[in-house]
Ligand binder design. Structure first.
Ligand code: ZN
Length: 196
């Protein structure tokens, strides 16, 4: 059966998502159109709204609908400490330990030359500008303990070397190759305290 143009376009759009191949894309499209038109409408509206309203926080680069996100505008947090994480999920993992009360910078990714992800794509210029303001005393590098996370931490620490601030790395209690999101809270809390 030849696909209609609209169906073909939907399958192509779904195929553009990470980890979705041709077969899954077709299955999703058929499912939505055949069995769950209500969900399809909700999904379309949610996508349209998110694309319109969600942007990057002007300070920490995370997703927000505000100019400055709620974490950055929290007056009780210490703006002298800046914890650099790869994703909002990693930020949440550190937040859940309840031991960190500083600010964050969320890269929304990691350096990955093979995938064409360079310093500009993970907001390193914005991070540099933030540090140049002179209010940050310490940057804590809490990127994941994967090869790319380590490389990202290395590049950032080199970039910040000239600023004469303390740059520390989450301690090695966290197993090599692991993503913070999946590490237990006690381990992250210790790694924060023991940072070097
Ligand atoms: Zn923010």
């Amino acid at each position: 059966m030849a696909q209609t143009h609209a169906l073909q376009a939907l399958v192509e759009a779904l195929k553009g998502l990470p980890g979705v191949g041709s077969k899954s894309a077709s299955r999703m499209a058929y499912h939505l159109l055949q069995h769950d038109r209500q969900a399809a409408t909700v999904l379309a509206a949610a996508l349209t709204q998110a694309v319109r309203d969600v942007r990057h926080c002007s300070q920490c680069h995370t997703f927000t609908e505000l100019e400055v996100c709620e974490t950055c505008s929290d007056a009780l947090r210490d703006g002298g400490q800046l914890c650099v994480v790869e994703t909002p999920a990693d930020q949440s993992a550190i937040e859940r330990t309840g031991t960190y009360k500083g600010h964050y910078f969320v890269l929304m990714g990691k350096l990955s030359p093979l995938d064409g992800v360079g310093p500009k794509d993970i907001g390193l210029l914005k991070l540099k500008q933030r540090v140049q303001l002179g209010t940050v005393r310490e940057v804590i590098l809490a990127t994941n303990f994967t090869a790319e996370g380590e490389a990202t931490a290395h590049v950032i620490s080199e970039m910040l070397r000239a600023f004469g601030i303390r740059v520390s790395r989450l301690a090695r209690g966290v197993p090599a190759g692991s993503e913070l999101e999946y590490v237990d809270l006690g381990t992250i809390a210790h790694a924060l305290v023991d940072r070097r």
